[in-house]
Design a protein around this ligand. Structure first.
Ligand SMILES: Cc1cc2nc3c(=O)[nH]c(=O)nc-3n(C[C@H](O)[C@H](O)[C@H](O)COP(=O)(O)OP(=O)(O)OC[C@H]3O[C@@H](n4cnc5c(N)ncnc54)[C@H](O)[C@@H]3O)c2cc1C
Length: 340
């Protein structure tokens, strides 16, 4: 590991004033420290934000919830309000990593964890994300864990977070504090930038900006929520494909649908067209198949990850069958109760 300065921030303005070029905030450290040991990330300064008061709370907010950036993944998954009103989030969190890591990992750190593309993790390999204009060793390489949507010629890395997929389906917003002291909130699709020709730019965050919270909108009391993750091992493995779904029925018709996908996108993936074509329709295998066609229309695959097309299609159909009552509900699906 390269030498670096360690600074501890005691307040948000303190953190912002300490942050400059070459600085990284550290929260749980479960991703940053691994990357520093591999010299994939080499910050000159690491600013510890764990001492800042008030960032570890989950509070009611405008009918929904405000989740402080330092709320640990384990605490968020176990929170009674989350389990009752946003079970999709609780399930996505519990599908990620291990209990030890979830005890340490934070909400903000989980959102900003880096891709698990094996070429990004290996400094001996060319990677445009790690080293702009170096090239992409993933071309013609092992692509099993790589994205098939939102990729570019410069980068095929997938976003690894399970939590962010559920948050995308929930239409969560991220609260950001700027170095000028101003706060803004952005939707997840705005937070995460697609790679294009600049895969090293992953988010809309400016240097020194800090995520302070995630805001969940008011829950949908009548929606069925589910999270399904398909992976190589039953635990401790990143998603090959995952689906988060909130589906509300009106009699025999789908009233609202919000789907998001993990393992396949350069960012947690959602497609407004897919949701819209499901709404107002009676559930059927044929409808779900058409939705999968639309979702995957722009997918770019190679021999190593072409299986993700069929896997995504089957996951979408299975989740929608369950959520619309076409098949008996099984583990992974909950009815929402209103927040009290
Ligand atoms: C073996 C293993 C298996 C895993 N499996 C999964 C899995 O299946 N699914 C999954 O989703 N995840 C998985 N993870 C990833 C894990 O969830 C992340 O490492 C964790 O969520 C990162 O959170 P952290 O608080 O430790 O972040 P840190 O490592 O502290 O930070 C990560 C990044 O976020 C930045 N950052 C942190 N907080 C802020 C903030 N408030 N504002 C601005 N920047 C900030 C840091 O500067 C750093 O760049 C796994 C990790 C490991 C090691």
């Amino acid at each position: 590991m390269r030498p670096f300065d360690y600074l501890r921030a005691n307040a948000l303005d303190d953190a912002a004033s300490k942050a400059g070029d070459g600085a990284q905030f550290i929260a749980g450290g479960t991703n940053l420290l691994d990357l520093m040991k591999l010299q994939v990330m080499t910050p000159e300064t690491v600013i510890d934000i764990n001492n800042i008061d008030g960032l570890d709370k989950i509070e009611p907010h405008e009918g929904g919830l405000k989740i402080g950036t330092l709320v640990r993944n384990a605490d968020l998954a176990a929170d009674p309000q989350v389990r009752r009103a946003y079970p999709v989030l609780s399930r996505a969190l519990l599908a990620g990593a291990s209990s030890q890591i979830r005890n340490k990992a934070t909400t903000g750190g989980n959102l900003l964890q880096r891709t698990r593309c094996p070429y990004f993790y290996d400094p001996a390999m060319a990677c445009n994300k790690r080293d702009p204009s170096a090239g992409c060793a993933a071309k013609g390489g092992v692509s099993r864990m790589l994205a098939i949507l939102g990729t570019s010629a410069a980068c095929r890395a997938a976003h690894p977070s399970d939590m962010a997929v559920a948050m995308r389906a929930l239409d969560a917003r991220v609260e950001i504090l700027g170095t000028d002291g101003a706060t803004r909130t952005v939707a997840l699709d705005e937070l995460y930038q697609l790679p294009g020709e600049t895969p090293e730019i992953e988010t809309c965050l400016e240097p020194g900006e800090i995520i302070t919270a995630v805001i969940l909108p008011a829950p949908q009391p009548n929606a069925t929520q589910s999270y399904r993750k398909i992976r190589d091992r039953a635990s401790y493995a990143f998603a090959l494909v995952s689906v988060a779904a909130l589906v509300e029925m009106d009699g025999e018709t789908i009233k609202t649908a919000s789907l998001a996908f993990g393992g396949i996108g350069a960012r947690p993936w959602a497609d407004a067209q897919v949701n819209a074509m499901l709404e107002g329709e009676p559930p059927s295998e044929e409808l779900f198949g058409r939705a999968a066609d639309v979702l995957l229309a722009d997918a770019v695959t190679d021999e190593g990850n072409d299986f993700k097309r069929e896997m995504t299609r089957r996951a979408l159909v299975a989740v929608m069958r369950e959520a619309t009552g076409m098949a008996p509900a099984s583990t992974g699906t909950d009815k929402v109760e209103a927040l009290t």
